[in-house]
Ligand binder design. Structure first.
Ligand code: SAM
Length: 298
């Protein structure tokens, strides 16, 4: 072995750092969820000026003993670009406070800071999405990934939770709510698409949002194009008791039989089949046939 093939101590330390970085990567998700859970983005936003650590701890109504924990949490979040620190006193620059980041990145690729998308007062607000995706119900399946490869279940979610995700939502009202809120928050992004694709919607008389959840996308489209008759098809427990309007109807049904398939992986043929069944379901509903509408593939 040549001397150059022998790694130096510094190279080995860098490799160790690489492994540790990936070992602890999950901490980023957990810290983000924690910040949202205890309300840090909204508190800093409402403060309207750089917020010191002690002001933040006091506003969070945490015991002073937790100050160091908040300091460390904020250090990580500042490093990830969710917050920044700014001097309180421009002359002496002695004290710093936390602010939301406005822009992320300084070059042509810079984009609006993601912290703005975590505020309750803003639309879109993606906090519910973070809360659900980092919920133990969604995180545990990752712990089962290795077991899933060795077993027969269709998804790691099933290995971890003993049911498909949709069955699990049906049986767990708490998680069902958290999940639907996440989907609704993600769908708020649709308002941006609707603005940009005006022409497509102007030409439509009606549409069916398949797997449309609680109808946020349909409502967004309707707000801009009042003439479209929108129907949201989703599983019965998702659309149960959703308030309807003249142009917004809900159909509770199952678009596939026992095993769900991932919609964005559907072939064109399957989509056409499914739309046909949606229309049948809608007709059933229009004609007053009540009860669970089951649309099975064959
Ligand atoms: C990724 S989410 C989309 C959520 C939706 N865009 C919103 O704004 O809430 C997928 C949706 O498909 C629904 N879904 C899953 N399997 C279904 C099935 N077999 N039949 C009907 N809906 C289904 C779920 O309940 C869920 O609401």
């Amino acid at each position: 072995m040549e001397a150059s093939d022998v790694p130096t101590a510094s190279e080995i330390f860098r490799a160790q750092a690489h492994i540790y970085k990936h070992t602890f990567h999950f901490v980023n998700s957990m810290v983000l969820r924690c910040a949202i859970q205890i309300g840090i983005p909204d508190i800093i936003h409402s403060h309207k000026q750089p917020m010191t650590l002690s002001e933040l701890v006091s506003e969070l109504k945490l015991p002073p003993a937790k100050s160091n924990g908040i300091y460390r949490l904020m250090r990580l979040l500042v490093r990830s670009g969710f917050f920044a620190t700014k001097s309180l006193d421009e002359i002496s620059e002695t004290q710093e406070g936390y602010v939301l980041t406005v822009k992320f990145g300084r070059n042509l690729l810079s984009h609006i800071a993601s912290s703005k998308l975590l505020l309750k007062s803003e639309i879109p607000n993606l906090s519910p999405f973070v809360r659900a995706m980092v919920d133990p119900v969604m995180v545990n399946p990752w712990q089962s990934l290795g077991d899933w490869f060795l077993r027969i279940e269709t998804t790691p979610f099933e290995t971890a939770q003993g049911a498909s995700m949709w069955e699990y939502c049906d049986q767990n009202p708490r998680f069902n709510k958290v999940f639907n809120e996440a989907m609704a928050s993600d769908s708020q992004m649709m308002s941006l698409v609707v603005k940009d694709c005006k022409q497509i919607f102007e030409e439509l008389d009606s549409l069916v949002d398949v797997g449309g959840g609680t109808g946020v996308v349909a409502k967004t489209i309707l707000a801009a194009f009042r003439h479209i008759k929108c129907t949201v098809l989703d599983l019965p427990h998702v659309v149960a008791n959703m308030p309807e309007t003249e142009n917004l109807k809900y159909v509770g049904g199952d678009i596939v039989s026992v095993n769900s398939i991932v919609m964005h992986n559907w072939s064109d043929e399957d989509c056409v089949k499914m739309l046909k069944r949606c229309r049948e379901a809608i007709k059933d509903k229009d004609e007053g046939r009540k009860g669970k509408v089951i649309i099975s593939p064959e």
